[in-house]
Design a protein around this ligand. Structure first.
Ligand SMILES: [Zn+2]
Ligand SMILES: [Zn+2]
Length: 381
């Protein structure tokens, strides 16, 4: 007679079998929480990405998968026109990386924009042309001819990494006559204020002065998670685009209308008309929680529904109040803010405001967004 396995041993063997079985890798998308602003959808985009079809290390369909998993709505594939280090191992076709990424993007509902990087020395330096219909005509000897070919296709063009060491002169980021020439000919529409981990205040200033759309892009060459710790709260630099609909046409309209904000690490950079509603729609003050403690202290619960950790510095508090000089409103958390008053303030239902600078929301270089935090006070005895 065959001895029966003892029940404990059976369970252990089954558990071991489960461990040995190949579990499928979970494909999961993580949402990026940045609110929409009035009348527009906030699309999360990266418009500067390389693949093996230029000097990248990654096959194009992986770019769509990375973007989907990270919660992006849009990517542009922008392989170099003039630089093909893998050409001995590849069939060079300047449109092919876009085509492969687009097929994968369509399945995942990630919009893929057809782009190319016009790769020239300074001036005018590296420029991305996006919304192309065919990259091949951009392969020209003369840089201006490449730009004319992009313009003939109705492309949107932005200057890449203006502060990159190969594009600066004697340590200075310079705007050349060639950039003015492009701008005046309607051939330059945007500029990277952030590329990778680098922020360029000079480019930020030019964007404001010359009415260029601001961009923040990864310019990624290797696998995304080798450069960005996306599972540990890190994210690639993103361009937020405020579009009327989730279509390529609306995206293009929004870019030409300059409706973008830079989102890099925990910093947002852009016009006040976008930063203010993003902040105000992120933060909720729990008015029910406002209470008067020992007649001198008031606590407010402040919730931040976005992914951005807002860093605040006090500008002014109502007379007689002591408010925190520095305040962090962490993303997806609720914190308690305590106010003290040196006297008993006026009666029930009075409204007041605390004025803070949000130091990681920049409306101009070194100029933070100023916000008023409304506090409604209801006093008991
Ligand atoms: Zn470049
Ligand atoms: Zn590049």
């Amino acid at each position: 007679m065959k001895p029966a396995l003892c029940p404990i041993l059976s369970v252990l063997l089954l558990a071991q079998a489960a461990l040995l079985a190949h579990e499928p890798v979970t494909r999961a998308r993580t949402a990026i929480n940045i609110p929409d602003v009035a009348g527009f959808l906030t699309l999360k985009c990266d418009f500067h990405i390389h693949t093996v079809f230029s000097d990248g290390k990654v096959w194009p369909d992986v770019r769509s998968e990375e973007a989907w998993r990270e919660g992006l709505d849009v990517i542009a594939i922008t392989d170099h026109i003039e630089y093909q280090p893998h050409k001995k191992d590849m069939v060079i076709d300047l449109n092919r990386s876009y085509e492969i990424a687009k097929t994968a993007g369509d399945e995942l509902k990630v919009m893929v924009v057809h782009g190319s990087e016009i790769t020239r020395g300074m001036p005018p330096g590296h420029m991305n042309a996006i919304f192309l219909t065919n990259s091949t005509p951009l392969n020209q000897t003369n840089w201006m001819d490449a730009h004319k070919a992009a313009q003939a296709q109705g492309a949107f063009v932005f200057w890449n990494h203006p502060g990159w060491e190969s594009q600066i002169t004697n340590g200075v980021v310079r705007w050349y006559a060639e950039h003015t020439q492009l701008l005046e000919a309607g051939m330059l529409h945007g500029i990277e204020v952030v590329n990778g981990r680098d922020y360029y205040p000079e480019a930020h200033k030019w964007a404001l002065e010359k009415n260029l759309a601001m961009f923040s892009n990864s310019d990624i060459h290797t696998a995304l998670n080798l450069d960005y710790h996306v599972h540990d709260g890190d994210h690639r630099p993103l361009t937020l685009v405020f579009a009327k609909a989730r279509t390529l046409e609306s995206l293009k309209e929004a870019l030409f209308a300059r409706r973008t904000v830079v989102y890099s690490s925990h910093r947002l950079i852009g016009d006040e008309q976008f930063l203010r509603p993003i902040f105000e729609r992120s933060i909720r003050f729990d008015q029910e929680s406002v209470r008067f403690l020992a007649k001198k202290k008031v606590t407010v619960q402040a919730s931040n529904d976005s992914d951005v950790d807002y860093q605040l510095e006090l500008v002014s508090a109502p007379e007689g109040f002591i408010a925190p000089k520095k305040l962090t409103l962490p993303g997806r958390k609720t914190v308690i803010v305590t106010l003290e008053s040196g006297f008993r303030p006026p009666g029930a239902g009075s409204e007041t405001a605390l004025f803070y600078n949000v130091t990681n929301l920049l409306v101009a270089p070194s100029k933070p967004l100023r916000v008023a935090l409304p506090v409604k006070l209801t006093f008991g005895n």
